[in-house]
Design a protein around this ligand. Structure first.
Ligand SMILES: [Zn+2]
Length: 354
């Protein structure tokens, strides 16, 4: 059996034409007029598979839950997305296998309570609020370092999250499903996803489609650590101590990812620095050509002919991965995240470049 994931994207016009030569005229007419073309069927299957997986992790009324993602401009992210996109890979992860009994969801600013309300109204299950908290206001210590306190590690690790709720959903006869619903500081649900410290996590599933912000970097199960993640936390502590950074990397290394640390993204194609979407120094955006958005609804596929989906454009989120690039000498660029309405995804507003 061919490796389908390698095979499908490699179909060229020449190969399509070779396939078409096997069809008679009647089949060609059907193919040219019938709605049941391969992209249509692929989108339908991606949707069906998503609903099956949601049902499998214990989400009640998966179809209504999926629609609620669209109504409230919410996205799913985290391990759930990795498991959905690469089920064979996630099946090899060490126990607890497929942690995603828990599902991570992200909503735009001001949407948390609407989303919780929508989930609580899904038939076939009952929702319980486990916890709900707002991000603390960060302060600076005498050295200018950001202190945010041990309120919640999510807030410490991701400054683009403004509030979050952890809920438990119980469906009779199934294991409980835990869901973390994170509210972005931006109107865009995507800002915390752009702000993730490993590039393979910068991916999401919305009602309309599947989003990958770094398709050029994330192949071969590689993932690049943001220069924000400093190893200094492990310094001067006895050697048995495993730093939070080491734990963070280990989680993904144990799952089979190659975590690439350091400033240099050393694997990219030769390119023009600060312009190419595969350069870590480039200011990227959710509407640039480096973003891969795969529609999974027909409406999204049609709208994509006219421009990027609302989720990516209203507002646009900008980011720089940062660090160094092998094609740009010693130049170093700080990682930064903000949106087109001026909301910063960093602990402190970025210095304005003039
Ligand atoms: Zn570069």
């Amino acid at each position: 059996m061919p490796n389908t994931s390698e095979f499908v994207p490699s179909i060229t016009d020449t190969e399509y034409n070779a396939m078409l030569r096997n069809f008679d005229r009647k089949a060609l007419v059907n193919l040219a007029t019938d709605k049941a073309t391969m992209p249509y069927l692929a989108r339908a299957k991606l949707r069906d598979d998503l609903l099956l997986m949601l049902d499998d992790v214990g989400v009640p009324s998966a179809g209504d839950f999926y629609k609620a993602l669209g109504t409230h401009n919410a996205v799913l992210s985290g391990s759930f997305v990795a498991c959905y996109l690469d089920p064979d890979f996630s099946a090899t992860w060490p126990a607890p296998v497929f942690g995603p009994r828990d599902v991570d969801m992200y909503v735009g600013k001001g949407k948390l309570d609407d989303m919780l309300s929508a989930i609580s109204q899904l038939s076939g299950g009952t929702m319980q609020m486990v916890s709900r908290s707002e991000a603390p206001t960060p302060t600076l210590d005498k050295d200018g370092e950001v202190l945010i306190g041990p309120v919640h590690s999510r807030f410490y690790n991701n400054a683009a999250i403004g509030a979050m709720a952890r809920i438990r959903i119980r469906v009779p006869g199934k294991r409980s499903c835990y869901m973390d619903v994170m509210e972005s500081k931006s109107k865009s649900a995507l800002m915390p996803i752009v702000r993730f410290n490993l590039t393979h996590l910068r991916a999401a599933i919305s009602f309309e489609g599947i989003l990958d912000l770094h398709p050029e970097w994330n192949h071969d199960r590689k993932t690049y650590a943001s220069p924000r993640v400093k190893r200094s936390q492990a310094v001067d502590i006895d050697e048995d101590f495993v730093s939070p950074v080491e734990k963070f990397y280990s989680k993904y290394r144990n799952r089979g990812y190659e975590v690439v640390e350091g400033d240099l993204v050393d694997d990219t194609e030769p390119h023009v620095c600060r312009e190419s979407t595969c350069c870590p120094l480039t200011l990227r955006s959710t509407v640039d050509l480096g973003v891969r958005f795969t529609p999974i609804t027909e409406e999204a596929a049609i709208r994509l002919c006219h421009g990027p989906p609302q989720l990516l454009a209203d507002p646009i989120v900008y980011w720089t991965h940062g660090g160094k690039c092998m094609y740009s000498g010693d130049e170093t660029v700080d990682p930064v995240v903000y949106d087109s309405e001026g909301v910063s995804g960093d602990h402190m507003p970025a210095a304005v470049e003039t």
